[in-house]
Design a protein around this ligand. Structure first.
Ligand SMILES: Nc1nc2c(ncn2[C@@H]2O[C@H](COP(=O)(O)OP(=O)(O)O)[C@@H](O)[C@H]2O)c(=O)[nH]1
Ligand SMILES: [Mg+2]
Length: 251
């Protein structure tokens, strides 16, 4: 069993990608199951085999503890950590070669509170993979791209898991925008040049420093363009995951 976590900022396309990748894997005759770990999800494009809302739901937590949505999000993440073993048992009743995990809308809840790591440790610590989504709306400016690079690197380190980065919703970009972002992801010199061309100020200086640090750490890597809407990029994403577990590149 290989567990693949889809992580990204709110609205970056995680839930939609879980659904499309699920359909793609099924079409390729793989056994695949889906897990929803977002207690606040009101609607999902797929029908999850295991759903955290069975144990913890944001609306229940809000009313039971008289909390607003932000407090309830945090409380829900912590309550989820107490249920990891039940969630694992539910997962063991399914029969999947690939487990696609949709994570909370607010990335920091999964990434930086303890519940995310508790979940990874409980489910399948030795065969887990992260797909980090770059939201095209953020990634299309050099500063936005640098901040997503930093976020994806901090998540790789926090979880110590192999990570692929994808440019999600690639279909909403113009061809020029898409090509430019993809060039940034393979040619760090070009990215640095574009970064240096952007208006000077603290944000630019900070982005350049972040970029240098990430480049030195060796976490600068190419993006896989994916569209859940037009269904492309899944073959490349699948190949990356497979390569890693056949002993391909190291984190
Ligand atoms: N055009 C386009 N829209 C997408 C794609 N993936 C997601 N969306 C839309 O982006 C919005 C946020 O997607 P969602 O999967 O809910 O994001 P999440 O918060 O990361 O789970 C929704 O309106 C989706 O329909 C895509 O590949 N192409
Ligand atoms: Mg979602």
């Amino acid at each position: 069993m290989l567990v693949i976590y889809f992580v990204g900022t709110a609205g970056s396309g995680k839930s939609t990608m879980v659904n499309s990748f699920y359909l793609w894997l099924q079409r390729n005759e793989k056994d695949v199951v889906t897990v929803n770990l977002d207690p606040g999800a009101e609607w999902l494009p797929y029908y999850p085999d295991v759903d955290v809302r069975e144990w913890v739901s944001l609306s229940d937590v809000m009313s039971r503890y008289s909390l607003g949505p932000n407090g309830a999000q945090i409380m829900s993440a912590d309550l989820m950590a107490l249920r990891v073993h039940e969630i694992k048992e539910a997962l063991e009743e399914t029969d999947g070669e690939y487990v696609l995990v949709d994570t909370p809308g607010q990335l920091e809840l999964f990434a930086f509170r303890e519940s995310g790591r508790a979940m990874v440790r409980a489910l399948e610590p030795d065969k887990s993979y992260i797909v980090f989504l770059f939201d095209p709306g953020v990634a299309k400016t050099p500063e936005g791209y640098a901040s997503l690079l930093m976020l994806s690197a901090s998540i790789s380190y926090r979880f110590s898991l192999p990570t692929s980065s994808v440019l999600s919703k690639a279909d909403i970009l113009t061809v020029e925008e898409r090509e430019r972002i993809l060039r940034w992801s393979t040619d760090s010199e070009e990215f640095l040049m574009d970064l240096e061309r952007s208006p000077s100020g603290l944000s630019r200086e900070l982005s350049i420093e972040i970029f240098r640090a990430l480049e030195n750490l060796g976490v600068y890597k190419h993006l896989v363009p994916v569209s859940s809407e037009e269904l492309y990029g899944f073959e490349d994403l699948y190949a990356e995951v497979q390569n890693f577990y056949k002993g391909g590149d190291e984190l």
